[in-house]
Design a protein around this ligand. Sequence first.
Ligand code: ADP
Ligand code: MG
Length: 381
Amino acid sequence: MSEIKRLNQQTINQIAAGEVVERPASVVKELMENAIDAGATQIDVIITDGGLTKIEIKDNGKGILTEDLSTALERYATSKLTTSEDLESINTYGFRGEALAAISAISKTTILTTRNGSTNSITSNNGNLSKITPGSRSQGTTIVIENLFESVPARQKFMKSADTEYKYILKTFTQFALLNGKIHFTLTNNGKEVYNLPSSEIELLPKERVAKIYSLNPSELLPIQHEEYGIKVQGYLVHPKLLTSNSKFLVSFINNRPVEDKGIFKAMQQGISDFVPDFFKPTGIVSVSLSSEQVDVNVHPRKTEVKLINPFRVYAAVTHAVKASLQTNLAQPGQQIAYKPQMTSTFSSFSTKPSQWDKKQDNAYDRLRGSQQQLFFKVNP
Ligand code: ADP
Ligand code: MG
């Protein structure tokens, strides 16, 4: 008798699921991408227990044909790509046809969808499909994921607390909301509406939305708008008066893709360095757009790094963009702006170890908040 056996499809999908679904936030990412690809103008994300109990994503997109409902859950089944030539001109998030197969292999997945007035539902229990049954809802699709990872105890062990998983989801949600201003998004966590972000005329980083997401006043966001050598840098910098030694948020996109590139963060730091003391950390968002030949397109769906052909030009552009924003938005030449300092003589008695130092410095700042002391910084003419 032979020893080598072909794995069945369900086992293949469960193994492959590890590639696509690292944590609940990966599910949210895939389902939000599908909703956007379906042309939705409203997307509601409803989370219970950091997604470990339930993730529900509702959209008003084009829906799924009844005859496609079970195929949508198969591996390598997609409506977004027909031939390999299509890869050249792909303008959807998805095209690999892997996400629904992976997610439904390791959870209870229920799809309720309406297309052309006909509503149907299908459920997958760790890959075992139910019959298709009629249902009711308005145009669009609702996908509910429950018992994620229950059939994969090894993966479940790696899950952090519901709070931590929720933070990852929040980050994912925020990234989509920042990049897709024309879509109305809501986020509900454990029954409480966290965000209701109505659609805007502006697609990329609408100011009102940015302010709402980060609980800021729009006037506290200094616009970044700069271009050099074909590299366009847009975004917002939080007003220096709100900066501290900890960055509150630092978000960057390259060609509309969220990236975590230390060089870009460093470039932002460099950009503020002429205007604020060293220990202030930049807080804000930069979105860099450059011709696609300048970026090595990374096809791995989960990677947050891209390879820049000439990173130093990009970093320089970011630094210049941040400087230009401060230069134009802070004050007119010769004018002075006042803000409460975070640096006092008491610092000399502090340990210089960064971790302890940061904390003490923050405490000192809190004490200072009430004081009358003011430092005047002169903006370079
Ligand atoms: P991909 O997005 O790479 O095509 P998925 O596994 O994510 O693969 O989805 C499979 C198919 O299911 C999609 O190609 C699409 O036709 C359909 N689909 C998934 N989610 C939705 C949705 N929210 N609305 C409409 N169609 C959807
Ligand atoms: Mg997809």
